[in-house]
Write a protein that binds this ligand. Structure first.
Ligand SMILES: NC(=O)c1ccc[n+]([C@@H]2O[C@H](COP(=O)([O-])OP(=O)(O)OC[C@H]3O[C@@H](n4cnc5c(N)ncnc54)[C@H](O)[C@@H]3O)[C@@H](O)[C@H]2O)c1
Length: 258
């Protein structure tokens, strides 16, 4: 088997389920060893266990990306096990909806801490290691909401736009150390929050059909689709890609809402 990420190690936040798990699976399939950096101990541990049972090198680290101490400890555990950090995937995040005229400062801080500040903090502690190694790749999972949005997506879309700015700054300021930074912006992907959205609709079947039909490809994406893109971007095959955003949305954002 061609393993493009053999001898590389990756730290993936929110890898216990959903897109993060799909990313971890695709990185592992290409030979990377992994830290499953997860706030949910049950899913984090079981994911790392499943990878080890499949013959991959993986550890679970209890990480809450809202806490700098927790990130420092998680990266230290990764280094202790693997000795280097080649790939950082900032995936953990959650869609949140607030009224901009009613949201409290505490709610703003909490939302931006999860959806933007946490990614920067992981970068803060990964960059010196990558610089010392002379190489590294940082992939920030943004969203189609980073460039366009829908009604009532505040301030999730604000944070996701910030991830694009973070990606550009990292690429510019750390490119001379052979560190690349890329944002990946998914559209609808079949994960727990999306399935909960469908289940909560008045007519779930009609809602699934409506959403599928928004897409030129007539379907939503899978965690595996996003994982395959991330595995490519993390590899040397993508060695000239940095400072940009790759959209993976089944064509939904090519469509004008008329
Ligand atoms: N599903 C989609 O359609 C979609 C579309 C665009 C972007 N995204 C983005 O992809 C990422 C993953 O989304 P998903 O749909 O897989 O969500 P999910 O809820 O299925 O998974 C998120 C994971 O992150 C973990 N997590 C939550 N808070 C954490 C924290 N503070 N520290 C560490 N881990 C934490 C959760 O325990 C969970 O395992 C998010 O950043 C989301 O904004 C998702």
């Amino acid at each position: 088997m061609c393993e493009r990420l053999k001898d590389k190690s990756a730290f993936v936040t929110g890898a216990g389920q959903g897109i993060g798990r799909g990313i971890a699976e695709q990185l592992a399939a290409q030979g990377a060893s992994l830290t499953i950096a997860e706030i949910n101990e049950e899913t984090g541990r079981s994911t790392a266990d499943a990878f080890r049972q499949a013959g991959r090198d993986a550890i679970f680290a209890a990480v809450d990306i809202r806490s700098e101490h927790s990130i420092i400890a998680g990266i230290a555990a990764h280094l202790g096990r693997f000795g280097r950090l080649d790939i950082l995937v900032n995936n953990a995040g959650a869609n949140q909806h607030y009224d901009a005229s009613k949201m409290s400062v505490d709610e703003w801080e909490a939302s931006l801490s999860l959806n933007l500040r946490g990614a920067w903090l992981c970068c803060k502690h990964a960059l010196p290691l990558m610089a010392r190694q002379g190489s590294g790749v940082i992939i920030n999972i943004a969203s189609v909401h980073a460039t366009m949005t829908a009604y009532n997506f505040f301030p999730y879309n604000v944070a996701k736009s910030g991830l694009l700015g973070l990606t550009r700054s990292l690429a510019l300021d750390w490119g001379h150390k052979n560190i690349r930074a890329v944002a990946v912006s998914p559209g609808w992907v079949r994960t727990k929050p999306v399935l909960e959205h469908f289940a909560g609709a008045d007519d779930p079947v009609a809602e699934i059909e409506r959403v599928n039909n928004l897409h030129p490809l007539k379907r939503i994406g899978t965690p595996e689709n996003v994982g395959a893109l991330v595995a490519f971007l993390a590899s040397d095959a993508a060695s000239f890609i940095t400072g940009t955003e790759i959209v993976i949305d089944g064509g939904i954002s090519a469509r004008h809402a008329d």
